[in-house]
Design a protein around this ligand. Structure first.
Ligand SMILES: NC(=O)c1ccc[n+]([C@@H]2O[C@H](COP(=O)([O-])OP(=O)(O)OC[C@H]3O[C@@H](n4cnc5c(N)ncnc54)[C@H](OP(=O)(O)O)[C@@H]3O)[C@@H](O)[C@H]2O)c1
Length: 330
């Protein structure tokens, strides 16, 4: 059984307890899980041999019933847009908010490239979202796979929009550093800059810290730390690449598989949780050309850690990333 499946089943089995931990993480606490990082697997190009798992949209396998129902809603109701189609890549688009944004943009007639952690998840998303231009693969817990993923993306040519959506909660602290912090940095630095970038960062980022020593040493960081980093990367890139439109998006506390552990506590609107990314990507509605902001439901959110807009702190973070990875962001 793949690590992905184990993770999913663990989440299902530990729902109530983890809901409490998620509540706590909104203030100061990091996830308690201390799994041993699994050994890196070699990077893989697209592999069409795997069979999709479960029913269409993977309810109870990799999606909640709410996400599966929303995917049905998108399929049945969203109409193609009579406008200039965009070319969009969304990381972590095999489930949850990333898959919903990908499904919506596909139905609107945009060219969408999905990202899956492995060939099995690539097969799942190919089945769920027919019409994808391509599926790129790479497990962001392993930086060699992230670097290979950047090469796959660059081989596809330039994108109008890249959404750095992939993220994981219940990992060991070193895996959190790789998946949620170093990987979005590496992908931002290594991939040909698109016209627009979005980064997903929840309000838990407010209790995160800079953790420069941990980044330099490859040590562990918490989920809130990693999501602070994601927000700081986004706002730093908006400053360093003024020709690009770059924002950070808080989707809210929405009922995806990641939040299944929240059970009855998950409290925000699922549709609103992915529509900000869609609104930015399409860029056709008033105000959607905004840049350098932290957004919640298409509005600037002032509930932001002070470090996010601190340019000295951003530069320190980018320097630590460059030291750790050997890759400089420009
Ligand atoms: N749900 C919430 O309440 C909430 C709140 C605030 C922010 N967010 C953020 O929103 C983003 C989307 O989360 P979600 O709620 O939609 O969660 P989700 O349903 O668990 O989806 C996460 C997506 O990221 C992918 N992913 C995770 N780890 C990966 C890795 N190591 N390598 C490659 N792909 C990986 C997952 O792939 P698999 O399907 O293979 O696991 C999946 O496609 C995340 O960045 C999360 O931190 C979520």
């Amino acid at each position: 059984m793949r690590t992905t499946e184990l993770t999913r089943r663990s989440l299902l089995l530990s729902g109530a307890a983890f809901g409490i931990s998620m509540l706590a993480s909104c203030s100061t606490t990091e996830p308690s899980s201390k799994n041993t990082p699994s050994a890196p697997t070699p990077s893989k190009q697209a592999d069409h041999s795997s069979q999709p798992q479960g029913d269409l949209y993977g309810a109870d396998v990799y999606n909640t019933q709410e996400v599966a129902d929303e995917l049905v809603h998108i399929d049945e109701n969203v109409q193609s847009l009579d406008g200039k189609p965009k070319r969009v890549l969304i990381t972590g688009s095999t489930a949850g908010a990333g898959q919903l944004a990908a499904a919506y943009l596909l139905k609107r007639g945009h060219a969408v490239v999905a990202h899956a952690r492995n060939p099995q998840r690539a097969a799942d998303v190919r089945r769920d979202l027919p019409g994808l231009e391509e599926v790129v693969t790479g497990d962001l817990r392993h930086l060699d796979e992230t670097r290979a993923l950047a090469e796959q993306i660059n081989a596809l040519g330039e994108f109008d929009v890249i959404v750095h959506n992939a993220g994981e909660y219940r990992l060991s602290d070193p895996e959190i550093l790789n998946a949620n912090s170093l990987s979005p940095y590496l992908l931002t630095a290594l991939v040909t800059p698109p016209k627009q970038l979005s980064y997903l960062s929840p309000n838990q980022h407010q209790s995160g810290g800079l953790r420069l020593d941990e980044i330099r040493s490859g040590g562990g960081i918490s989920y809130p730390d990693s999501k602070l980093h994601m927000a700081m990367i986004g706002i730093a890139v908006a400053r360093l690449r003024p020709e690009s439109q770059v924002n950070v998006v808080n989707p809210g506390w929405i009922p995806t598989m990641m939040a299944l552990q929240d059970g009855p506590y998950s409290r925000d609107d699922l549709r609103a949780g992915y529509m900000t990314q869609v609104w930015l990507a399409e860029g056709i509605e008033p105000g959607s050309d905004i840049t350098g902001t932290y957004l919640f439901h298409q509005k600037i959110d002032s509930r932001v850690n002070d470090l996010v807009h601190d340019e000295d702190a951003q530069d320190q973070l980018l320097a630590a990333y460059a030291e750790q990875t050997g890759v400089t962001l420009s």
